[in-house]
Design a protein around this ligand. Structure first.
Ligand code: ADP
Ligand code: ZN
Length: 354
């Protein structure tokens, strides 16, 4: 097992990464929740039947009283209505300020349960037990929690840090193949962004054969970036590599394409554009395309520049008519380039979008 500590101003928490951690979660939980009596577990309809029975008995043996809310799997559950249902459940269960919420599931469960923990009684403790590769590498550091509004994804939320994150690599064995590939897109992003040796590790050995290394490397990188920029204003923008165009593709597809697939497309497009504009060598593009192919991820979109621009320019990350593009310069090296929103069309076209 690997332990990474995240130290924030005034507090810190651990991220545990290893095998067989689910059944032993209680022994790691007790020290961070010395006075907790009750744990409210949020999970989804796919994860509950496979993993609740591994988690709950250990918690009860350790003296915690547990209650569980199983939400329907899928983004549709990240709603204000579901948030409100969780608040009511927590009140009925008699959850107090010294108790905690556990999120057992992917990003949907983590975002929703985290926001519920952030707001119930003005904030109670929160434990993340991510069960997707994406949630392990991406959502367990950074403290972003949210629900979706009719007007857009993640439009209501809060920064709320967990007290502990438990990544049990064994649970990834049941992850559907498509979800695995999507997690790999974000993993590849970390390599392309600032870690060439890691990028090569991913070329040589499939991520699923080296989960502990993959997750700890990504989490460590995200930790470094987030620590230097807790509220998302500078360095942290780099984590948006592939996301400006990726988000637009995701929205154009009406979310039929998954987030990771769109990030893969976004990375390929921006790397092609970077080569065309002379910021990046052709070998970098070759390497990026090769690794995306290796992980069976898409690198092209049939949506037009017009369709994508409509979406991209409505994004909340467009500030004062400027957009910050994260531009690869080499494998392991990217720069932040603020460009006028009008220039985005040209970047998309340079990236091979019609
Ligand atoms: P993400 O972490 O990708 O944002 P979700 O919370 O939407 O995503 O999870 C993606 C899908 O995978 C959901 O249908 C969820 O129920 C399912 N899932 C999550 N973890 C596992 C697992 N360990 N085994 C099987 N299915 C899982
Ligand atoms: Zn992402």
């Amino acid at each position: 097992m690997k332990t990474l500590s995240v130290t924030l101003p005034g507090r810190s928490y651990d991220i545990l990464i290893g095998s067989g951690l689910l059944a032993r979660a209680a022994e790691h939980l007790r020290p961070v929740l010395p006075r907790a009596k009750k744990l409210f577990v949020v999970t989804d309809s796919n994860v509950a039947p496979i993993y609740l029975s591994a988690l709950i008995p250990g918690l009860e043996r350790a003296g915690f009283e547990t209650a569980c809310r199983e939400i329907p799997a899928g983004e549709g559950s990240k709603s204000p209505a579901m948030l409100s249902a969780l608040w009511e459940d927590m009140m009925d269960f008699g959850l107090t300020r010294t108790d905690a919420v556990i999120a057992l599931g992917g990003g949907v469960v983590g975002d929703l349960a985290g926001f519920a923990a952030a707001t119930y009684l003005r904030g109670i403790r929160f434990i993340q037990v991510p069960t997707t590769l994406l949630a392990m590498v991406d959502s367990s550091v950074g403290g972003k929690t949210a629900v979706d509004l009719d007007g857009g994804k993640n439009q209501a939320g809060a920064f709320w840090q967990p007290s502990l994150v438990v990544c049990d690599c064994d649970v990834l064995d049941t992850l559907p193949e498509r979800e695995y590939r999507c997690g790999c897109a974000e993993v590849i992003k970390y390599g392309l962004l600032n870690n060439a040796p890691f990028f090569n590790d991913l070329m040589e050995t499939p991520a699923k054969e080296q989960y502990e290394h993959v997750i700890s490397t990504c989490v460590e990188m995200k930790k470094q970036v987030v620590l230097s920029d807790e509220f998302d204003r500078g360095e942290r923008q780099k984590l948006n590599l592939g996301h400006t165009i990726g988000h637009a593709v995701e929205q154009c597809s009406g979310f039929t394409l998954l987030h990771g697939e769109c990030v893969a497309i976004g990375m390929a497009v921006i790397t092609r554009a970077a080569v065309k504009k002379g910021f990046c060598a052709k070998e970098t593009l070759d390497a990026a395309e090769k690794i995306l192919k290796l992980y069976d991820l898409p690198d092209q979109t049939a949506y037009s520049t017009d369709e994508l621009l409509n979406m991209a320019l409505a994004d909340k990350k467009v500030a004062n008519g400027k957009i910050s593009l994260i531009v690869p310069e080499a494998v392991g090296k990217c720069s932040i380039r603020p460009v006028p929103a009008e220039a985005l069309r040209e970047w998309m076209q340079a990236g091979g979008i019609v």
